[in-house]
Ligand binder design. Structure first.
Ligand code: AMP
Length: 133
């Protein structure tokens, strides 16, 4: 079982920002910017997004779209950027990153340090916006 499956099942804690029957979104533990979110399918562990069946693939992006709208409403940013890497965790995930500049999507940059309380507050704000959609 991948670490992200354990997160989706609640066996490992995460800062949840949105959830549906099939998909789950939570804050990245080492964010590029405040509000950096990961979006995953709960029940598919394939590590390559383009291996997903068409329905799961389309559903994942539709869910990510709603999460991005919630992030934009909750976190001050110019727009929400998207990246798919999967170099570290072998469970398909989409990165959603609030952007002020294009440099905010540089995965080699120095990352801001956020306290657990700050992460919890950001997650609660995004979740509140998600629930309005
Ligand atoms: P990648 O697989 O290259 O797309 O990167 C995996 C991402 O998952 C990185 O940005 C990590 O900071 C993030 N990550 C790893 N473990 C956790 C965790 N337990 N909770 C939240 N994010 C995580």
């Amino acid at each position: 079982m991948t670490i992200f499956t354990k997160i989706a099942k609640g066996e490992i804690p995460s800062w949840k920002v949105a959830e549906s029957d099939e998909f789950y979104a939570f804050l990245d533990i080492n964010p590029l910017a405040p509000g950096h979110t990961l979006v995953i399918p709960k029940n598919v562990e394939d590590d390559y997004i383009f291996h997903l069946d068409e329905a799961t693939y389309a559903g994942l992006w539709a869910f990510a779209r709603k999460v991005a709208l919630a992030i934009k409403a909750a976190v001050p940013c110019k727009r929400v950027g998207v990246a798919v890497l999967g170099m570290e965790v072998p469970h398909t995930h989409i990165h959603l990153v609030p952007l002020q500049t294009e440099g905010d999507l540089n995965f080699r940059k120095e990352r801001p340090v956020l306290t657990p309380d700050q992460q919890a507050g950001i997650a609660a704000s995004i979740l509140a916006e998600y629930e309005k959609l």
